[in-house]
Write a protein that binds this ligand. Structure first.
Ligand SMILES: NC(=O)C[C@H](N)C(=O)O
Length: 337
């Protein structure tokens, strides 16, 4: 093997690919319709030869799915690969390519169960790899630039997309099709990046990675948690059906400050009698859900999600349920993670 001068100095970054539009393909450069998760990790890496300026990059295909099909099994498999690869001394950081639809869920899940402070950087794209002005290649370049940066260590799982560096917690997709779709509404961006120039604005304000007490060691599955979307006149029997079908937790995407109809509240009381844990989140895109504001959480035994949206609340509740189902303890986790 020929050693290129300086190569041993460059960080070693592993790209774990899971699919998504970043690996998507269409028949032409200009059509709106496409299929996600069509191309493999080697093709993604070859599309960005400039990566060799930043790092020694290798790839591994963990899954190849549209992230709308992401599930507990792939989360557990992916988290195990991340932890195994980061345990290798020679691996300096991980980049994960993923779909945008559920990246906020996977990022937060990993943020809670990765046990390393080495950078874990997720990225994605809104346009398929074959599109005119595809956004994937630059996003991969930027993600590798952040993963290779020692200053990215200890900031929890990051999501680098469209020149922004998001913390895993609190970031969300806001546009179905715009390239600028991700927003960190309540606490702002973790940083920004421009062709390898990285700037960091803050550190995570909640426990993550090395400080997290959640672990996937020995976990074969995760408990079922269902999200119930609240609207005027929501059918309360959706809540009863979730309980009847084995949900151990329910997250409500409530109106306003986690509010809901009297009939939905009555259904949640029935769920509580069966010891199902209930977390009140909101369908509103910013702001927080606090305890005992219009709904008496103390009396009902419900938990307020704080800043976590319904999808991220579901992720946290799945992991919390591996530890406790006591509402006060669940609330403490929601106040700390
Ligand atoms: N832009 C995207 O990646 C959307 C795609 N459906 C996915 O999440 O896999």
């Amino acid at each position: 093997a020929v050693t290129v001068a300086g190569e041993h100095m460059k960080p070693n970054i592993v790209i774990l690919a899971t699919g998504g539009t970043i690996a998507g393909a269409a028949a032409t450069e200009t059509q709106a319709g496409y299929t996600s998760a069509e191309v493999g990790v080697e093709t993604l890496i070859k599309a960005v030869p400039q990566l060799s300026e930043l790092a020694n990059v290798s790839g591994e295909q963990v899954a190849n799915i549209g992230s709308q099909d992401m599930n507990d099994a792939v989360w557990l498999q992916l988290a195990r690969r991340v932890n195994d690869r980061l345990a290798e001394d020679e691996v300096d950081g991980i980049v994960i390519t993923h779909g945008t639809d559920t990246i906020e869920e996977t990022a937060y899940f990993l943020n809670l169960v990765v046990n390393s402070d080495k950078p874990v950087v997720m990225t994605a794209a809104m346009r398929p790899a074959t599109a005119l002005s595809a956004d994937g290649p630059l996003n991969i370049y930027n993600a590798v630039a952040v993963a290779a940066d020692p200053n990215a260590r200890g900031r929890g799982v990051l999501v680098v997309i469209n020149d922004d560096i998001h913390g895993a917690r609190g970031m969300t997709k806001t546009s179905t099709t715009d390239v600028q779709t991700f927003v960190s509404a309540e606490r702002g961006l973790m940083g920004a990046t421009l062709y390898g120039q990285n700037r960091y604005y803050r550190r995570p304000y909640r426990l993550h990675t090395l400080d997290s007490e959640f672990s996937i060691t020995g976990l074969a599955s995760l408990p079922r948690v269902d999200i119930i979307y609240i609207s005027a006149g929501v059918s309360p029997d959706l809540i009863d059906a979730a309980v009847a079908n084995g949900a151990k937790g329910i997250v409500t995407a409530g109106v306003g400050n986690g509010n809901m109809t009297a009939a939905a509240l009555a259904a949640l009381e029935r769920a509580r009698k069966k010891n199902v844990v209930v977390v009140r989140s909101t369908r509103v895109t910013s702001g927080t859900v606090g305890r005992n504001i219009e709904i008496d959480d103390d009396a009902l035994g419900t938990v307020a999600s704080g800043e976590l949206n319904p999808a991220q609340s579901r992720v946290l509740l799945k992991l919390v349920l591996t530890k406790t189902d006591l509402p006060a303890d669940v609330q403490a986790y929601f106040d700390t993670y």
